[in-house]
Design a protein around this ligand. Structure first.
Ligand SMILES: CC(C)(COP(=O)(O)OP(=O)(O)OC[C@H]1O[C@@H](n2cnc3c(N)ncnc32)[C@H](O)[C@@H]1OP(=O)(O)O)[C@@H](O)C(=O)NCCC(=O)NCCS
Length: 188
């Protein structure tokens, strides 16, 4: 396990301008499942876990896993909810990379009805700051399919440097075709 300078709180909550980024609990399964169902075609284009479509029981298992991983200090799988209503806006995470230095990878997907409003950018900025100021991160990275222009635009808006392109790094989840992966990072 990599050396984190500080461990996150079990009940992590991180407010941003319009949202609260927070820990996932087992009771969140219906909230997250409704967002997955709303967003399914977008998810199936880019995220391997979305095909075949998950059942509610899969999301229940995922929420229990996220809760356990956070409590064990192993992984920080999160959601961001509307500050006023508590509605799910996006799913995200800061995933520790086992590289020997404190470094993390941020992932994200946004529910269909909340895309195009800057929520993902707001969250990635806040999580990157959190990783540097609270987790002692020296590197925060984001990977995405080189064809996923909306995803690549997020790290670009958040001041990440585009470090490179891994050719034929993975297969597209919907077609099985080879895909390239872009690497973005911020370091300090
Ligand atoms: C990738 C994904 C998360 C990007 O979501 P997004 O809504 O485009 O990202 P943001 O929330 O940062 O919104 C940016 C858009 O809102 C607009 N916007 C509005 N207000 C804004 C604000 N205050 N700040 C920043 N952008 C704002 C931007 O101009 C941009 O619009 P554009 O795409 O027309 O240029 C989303 O498309 C998604 O969930 N896709 C499916 C899953 C996926 O691909 N995940 C990533 C895998 S690597």
């Amino acid at each position: 396990m990599m050396a984190l300078t500080r461990k996150w709180d079990d009940d992590l909550t991180l407010p941003t301008e319009r949202l609260v980024i927070r820990a996932i609990y087992p009771s969140d399964a219906p909230l997250i499942y409704a967002a997955i169902m709303e967003t399914l075609p977008h998810l199936q284009e880019w995220m391997p876990w979305a095909s075949p479509a998950p059942a509610l029981a899969d999301t229940e298992s995922f929420c229990k896993h996220a809760d356990a991983q956070r409590k064990a200090g192993k992984d920080l799988i999160l959601i961001a909810v509307d500050k006023t209503t508590g509605a799910h806006v996006l799913s995200t995470g800061i995933h520790p990379k086992d590289t020997g230095v404190p470094s993390f990878e941020i992932g994200y997907w946004c529910r269909a009805s909340k895309q195009g409003q800057g929520y993902v950018t707001e969250v990635v900025k806040a999580l990157t700051d959190y990783a540097f100021t609270h987790l002692g991160a020296r590197r925060v990275q984001i990977h995405c399919d080189a064809d996923n222009a909306k995803s690549a635009a997020v790290p670009r808006r958040c001041g990440f440097i585009e470090e490179g392109r891994m050719k034929h790094h993975a297969l597209k989840p919907d077609t099985g075709d080879l895909r390239d992966t872009l690497i973005f990072a911020r370091c300090q």
